[in-house]
Write a protein that binds this ligand. Structure first.
Ligand code: ZN
Length: 287
């Protein structure tokens, strides 16, 4: 198991963690100033600054990406919606290429319109079929330009609105179906917040192996959790066995960054510098 206590060379910051405090250009500068060598930005944050300007700033700081957030949301109410989703995913793949991301993270979507409070239909089987077809079509394009896709299973509490892929096993079944050759172009993003509770977690990480383990997201699960989306904990403040999960990831061959991704009203209310400094400290002590 890698020793994170000496430095924070393996730390990446998912830029949603400080999105309420700073724009992306400032986030990049503040991370660079602290010796943080990687980030994972969101498309809306990139669009606000401009894709080329972000790419330039990353190069200037010699900063890497640990992933690009995000593609997905494949299901739609009708054929036009399905087509629009595929076009948007191709644009996301292109942006990830421009930023030299190691993978495009997919939050696959679920019942269309559910996030806005008006689901267009109610069949999970249909949503899952549309997700499968959407990933298959996007994978074809992603292969052509060399951008791996990382399916991120989300906690089942988000099964209606954000993702109908809810366990690592389910994500890996999709990978095996759509990429049976394990080409490295389709894998998973393991986010401890979504999968920590799963009795099959360790076995599925071993099943995934190096070819499929494309990203690793850390934070913590607060007990009790007060909000389904924006009450993630800082590493060390909750009940997730972070060391045990990372040990499994690394013994399965994962050699990438530990990406801190915290959506939290409490942490968004603190000064950005304090949040980053805490991430660095916890990364070296509890991740
Ligand atoms: Zn995540």
């Amino acid at each position: 198991m890698r020793d994170l206590s000496k430095d924070h060379g393996l730390l990446s910051i998912n830029t949603a963690t400080v999105r309420k405090q700073w724009r992306l250009d400032t986030i990049i500068d503040e991370c660079a100033r602290r010796g943080i060598r990687a980030i994972s930005p969101w498309r809306d944050q990139v669009a606000e600054i401009g894709l080329e300007a972000v790419a330039r700033r990353l190069r200037d700081h010699d900063m890497a990406l640990s992933g690009y957030c995000r593609g997905g949301f494949f299901p739609a109410a009708d054929a036009a919606g399905l087509r629009a989703a595929l076009e948007d995913n191709r644009r996301a793949v292109d942006e990830a290429r421009t930023l030299d991301a190691p993978c495009l993270v997919l939050v696959v979507g679920s019942l269309p319109g559910a996030l806005q409070g008006a689901p267009a239909y109610t069949g999970m089987a249909r949503a899952r079929a549309e997700v499968r077809d959407g990933i298959a079509a996007t994978l074809e394009y992603a292969r052509a330009v060399g951008m791996p896709l990382a399916i991120e299973p989300l906690h089942p509490m988000q099964a209606a609105e954000r993702a109908c892929v809810n366990t690592l096993e389910q994500a890996l079944d999709l990978c095996d179906e759509l990429d049976p050759g394990r080409t490295g172009m389709l894998g998973v993003a393991v986010d401890v917040y979504h999968v920590w509770w799963d009795p099959k977690l360790h076995a599925q990480i071993r099943r995934a192996g190096r070819d499929r383990l494309l990203a690793y997201h850390v934070c913590d699960w607060l007990a009790p959790t007060k909000d389904l989306l924006n009450d993630r904990g800082m590493m060390g403040d909750g009940v997730i066995e972070l060391r045990a999960i990372r040990r499994e990831m690394e013994s399965a061959g994962y050699a990438g960054y530990c990406e801190v991704e915290i959506f939290s009203d409490a942490w968004w209310a603190r000064a950005g510098g304090e949040v980053l400094d805490t991430c660095i400290q916890r990364h070296s002590s509890v991740v």
